[in-house]
Write a protein that binds this ligand. Sequence first.
Ligand code: RB5
Length: 366
Amino acid sequence: MRIVIASDHAGFALKGELKELVRELGHEIEDVGTYSGEKSVDYPDWSAKATERIVSGKADRGILICGTGIGMSIAANKVKGIYAALCCNEFTARVSREHNGSNVLALGSRVIGAELARSITTAWLDSEPLEGRHLVRRQKIMSCEAETHSNSVMAEGGGRIVIIEHPLIQHKLSIVRDKNTSVKDFRDLIQEIAGLMVYEISRNLLLEEIDVETPVCATKAFSLSGKKLAVVPVLRAGLGMVEGILRLIPNAKVGHVGLYRDPDTLQPVDYYCKLPNDIGERDIFILDPMLATGGSASAAIHHVKKRGGRRISLVSLIAAPEGVEKVKADHPEIDIFSASLDSHLNDHGYIVPGLGDAGDRLFGTK
Ligand code: RB5
């Protein structure tokens, strides 16, 4: 099994011991931090790193350790698809798997000793979920979870399909759908919507504490940490979303993928691809306002992957079910963000109701 492990400073020493144990038991282990017991850190940051590995399908289960195990379990259970159990003996560890299907084991390093932590971990790794009445109960938890996260569906392969229903986005989207909206307003609104979408998408970016001197006194403040971003518009309509995003994240690098859709075959034809050199180290947003057949988006994702891109999301204003299906089939691990999932494609490959041809409306070419 692929096990991801994380701790805060309080759980750091125990993490080292359990890593050894997990390896001895024949599993792969990935340590996503923290990497020192000296510096006081915030457990939700490390829970987020580990749970991301699980929901994206890169790890099968996770072990989270803080002083009490409580903070880690609360933080982990905020994530859809995570079922974290705080265990303090072998019995609860085994039953948390058999009855509750826990996929994260939370441990309190200040509550239990290393020996007990080892036997709890062994019991938890060895147990599997039971079916029958326990499955029925777990399904009830999942349906409650589905209601809470109604705008986000996890697809097979780990990628999410997230419809961003913020009222401002929906209001502006109605204006761009209107065929009487001018080119100038259309252009401005597409940028605004793209910015608002990325504002929502980026709400879980990691922060680090920094020292700042205000005109009044010295204080602690927060700065973005972790991976850097790249936006990659699919030419040409994707260009219409770039400025809106750069206004919020001015340090993001911009790559370009040039594709056009052959009007007869509706297949994407590529003619250009230029990406930042360090694309493999960046979180990447591929921008394509219309996810129609999914052919161009899927080809764009393919080109970015071929050049080393790894953490890729697709951001579209309007998606058709056909496009979502195509991208999910070709790239199941990708998150797709859209402001609307429309009805279907018509015979000409246009999204219905859609907004027409985004490129032509952005650039006034029709
Ligand atoms: C850190 O002192 C402590 O609060 C943390 O490790 C954990 O116990 C939180 O739940």
